[in-house]
Design a protein around this ligand. Structure first.
Ligand code: SAM
Ligand code: SF4
Length: 340
């Protein structure tokens, strides 16, 4: 689809980024690196391997220019993700600089939690206020089997350190897998009942690298919804700017439970996010055909106006929906490559 330059300029000037389906974008998922030290069975089962021809991760200056441009277009929330974002030596500096970009009101991060116990206070002081920690099992041996790291206790200590440091909200991400952790559903729901945090069950998603795993272990999010309904949990209204999770609460529970189900109908209707890979490629969809290179426009502060117009023009190409129901999961090899 072509967009006339005057349309791009008008939208750039309006400080609001929308697409032809009428969705507006408030949220940028920013991947800091595709490197990860874990080997989650659904993501990097053989561990991280550098992809052929991969260019270096964006520098802190390039990142700040990108975030400045997105913020001019009204995006106010940035999530630092990866790979494992905390493997970046400049993680704290990047967080501090992103939080200081005019217009950015919330910086969040998603982590496997392995450095969280020691660094939560430092990252909170740098301006990260919201955190998602991935914990797919509350059983130490199973956690080790899924991630390749016997570190459940350490990661749970990290969650407590995040609480002590004042992160709010704190969310746990658990990928739901048939035959792997679905027998823990009740135990995980009980854990959330007793803890003041949100947990998101994420349907395992098919990527280019994990087709057999997906076939063997995909479980519809409806399984969780049925278990929650049986236990008396009820659906909560969606907050403005909220993510794709359908959320549930219970009067006797301290925490909340959400379900992210990309295979559910109408999942794409409320999409409010764009993704920037660690190489500087704009991804309009997690399940799209690849990234659109912004890096040439991240080299100098004087390029910001041009960068803003380019983002508007590229966002106009966003498709109304993914094509998962046609068996097409796009070009993403694994979610570590673009930040999940
Ligand atoms: N390394 C960090 C972590 O694991 O939290 C951040 C990056 S990871 C790609 C972001 C989220 O995507 C994690 O919660 C992870 O469990 C989830 N994820 C990765 N691959 C997935 C897949 N194939 N299906 C569903 N969720 C996936
Ligand atoms: Fe690493 Fe996160 Fe992928 Fe696990 S899900 S392998 S922690 S990037």
């Amino acid at each position: 689809m072509k967009i006339a330059p005057s349309d791009s300029s008008a939208q750039a000037a309006s400080g609001r980024l929308t697409d032809p389906s009428g969705r507006s974008f408030e949220y940028l998922r920013l991947s800091l690196t595709d490197v990860c030290n874990f080997r989650c069975t659904y993501c990097l089962p053989n561990g991280y391997r550098k992809a052929a021809g991969r260019t270096p991760d964006l520098s802190p200056d390039e990142i700040v220019r990108a975030v400045t441009a997105f913020a001019r277009l009204g995006l106010w929330k940035v999530r630092l993700t990866g790979g494992e974002p905390t493997l970046r030596a400049e993680f704290t500096e990047i967080a501090r600089r992103v939080a200081a970009v005019p217009g950015i009101r919330r910086v969040a991060m998603t982590t496997n939690g392995y450095r969280l116990a020691d660094h939560a206070a430092e990252w909170r002081a740098a301006g990260v206020s919201a955190i998602n920690v991935s914990i797919d099992s509350l059983d130490p041996a199973r956690f080790a089997a899924i991630t390749g790291h016997d570190r459940l206790d350490e990661v749970l200590r990290g969650v407590e350190a995040a609480r002590a440091a004042g992160f709010d909200p704190i969310k746990l991400n658990a990928v739901l897998m048939r035959g792997v952790n679905d027998d823990e559903l009740e135990a995980i729901i009980a854990f959330v009942r007793d803890h003041d945090l949100s947990l998101r069950f994420i349907e395992v998603m098919r990527t280019n690298d994990n087709a057999p795993f997906f076939q063997a272990h995909h479980l519809p999010g409806q399984t969780v919804i049925d278990a929650l309904s049986r236990a008396g949990w009820t659906r909560v209204a969606r907050a403005p700017g909220a993510g794709p999770a359908v959320e549930f609460a219970h009067s006797d529970a301290r925490g909340r439970i959400g379900i992210i189900a990309p295979y559910a109908q109408d999942f794409c209707a409320t999409c409010n996010r764009l993704r920037l890979s660690a190489e500087g490629k704009l991804h309009l969809c997690l399940f799209g055909d690849g990234g659109l290179d912004l890096r040439p426009l991240l080299q100098d502060d004087a390029q910001i106006d041009e960068l803003v117009e380019r983002i508007v023009a590229l966002t106009a190409r966003k498709a109304p929906s993914h094509r998962l129901h046609d068996g097409n999961s796009g070009a993403t090899p694994h979610l570590a490559s673009i930040g999940g």
